[in-house]
Design a protein around this ligand. Structure first.
Ligand SMILES: [Fe+2]
Length: 303
């Protein structure tokens, strides 16, 4: 079958027909999907009633897999899925819904803030591929914001300001915004900030995009309150409704997005209902900027 993509978003997002993820992709299909991602940044595939193995096979036919190790508060013996998947569900390893006050659930509520997947890793994510296995009776949409359009809409002065800026990203910063401080010393060490550029240039199209996330809690060389106020203004600008596409899930949907070009967030849903979402992730090409020891670590070494 021929891959067909129809635009569904306000200025981005495409709906794909002609891809069956239960079968290996042809070279032409791989090329068409990458071209679609370059153009739309979000692709929606419906009715993919596939196994985890088929989801994984589809993913690795498009690039190098990023493993989900140590990025949540699940201990290794609490994983429900292999580390080839990020478990975006609200379920424990026995498929039971987390209690409302479970710290693993509260940490995962950070996904309701605008973010780009794995921006807290030195090499951040390229594509994320999220599949709906079961969905709640209401809510739980995923929203996407086009960071290319957001960049284009900045005034010249702000474009000059953001050029060359470097941010520090950590899951500690995003959780602090929700009043979640309940982390162990081991978790704080594991979630140590990394550096990312604030403006990215797409390697194929050459388009610039704002690279933001709620994980960004500092700008190198800026006072922290000023940096956080500026980051908040930029995220507010970038997530105006004209730049946002809302995906309402159906079981069997697989949505793939380019974390270099869009931010996303999950929306709330009833706390006592299962929402089983499984994500594979493709690695980016490398760090966006050289990493240095963060101040927190430097202080620890000096003392
Ligand atoms: Fe995410």
């Amino acid at each position: 079958m021929t891959v067909k993509i129809r635009q569904i978003g306000p200025c981005f997002a495409g709906e794909v027909e002609g891809v069956d993820m239960s079968r290996p992709l042809t070279a032409e299909e791989v090329a068409a999907i990458h071209a679609g991602m370059d153009r739309y940044a979000v692709l929606v595939f419906h009715d993919q009633h596939i196994t985890d193995e088929q989801h994984l096979a589809f993913t690795v036919s498009l690039g190098d897999l990023e493993h989900a190790i140590g990025t949540s508060l699940r201990r290794p013996d609490e994983y429900r899925l292999p580390t080839t998947f990020a478990d975006v569900s609200n379920l424990d390893k026995h498929n039971q819904v987390y209690a409302r006050d479970d710290r693993r659930r509260l940490f995962a509520i950070g996904n309701r803030l605008w973010h780009s997947d794995s921006s807290f890793k030195p090499t951040p994510a390229k594509y994320s591929l999220l599949r709906a296995v079961s969905i709640p009776s209401k809510g739980g949409n995923t929203e996407f914001a086009d960071m290319r359009a957001a960049y284009d809409a900045l005034d010249a002065e702000t474009k000059a300001t953001v050029e060359g800026l470097v941010c520090e990203h950590s899951q500690i910063f995003s959780r602090q915004q929700l009043g979640f401080f309940d982390l162990t010393d081991e978790e704080r060490e594991r979630f140590r900030p990394v550096r990312q550029v604030m403006v990215r240039t797409h390697p194929v199209t050459g388009r610039k995009s704002l690279y933001l996330a709620s994980h960004a809690g500092a700008i190198v060389g800026w006072p922290v309150p000023e940096a956080r106020a500026f980051l908040r203004d930029l995220i507010e600008h970038a997530t105006q409704r004209e730049f946002v596409h809302v995906h309402k899930w159906r079981v069997g949907d697989l949505v793939m997005w380019d974390n270099r070009q869009v931010m996303h967030r999950a929306r709330p849903f009833p706390a006592d209902e299962p929402r089983d979402m499984r994500r594979t992730t493709l690695m980016g090409d490398g760090p966006t900027v050289a990493q240095v020891e963060t101040a927190e670590v430097a202080v620890a070494v000096a003392s």
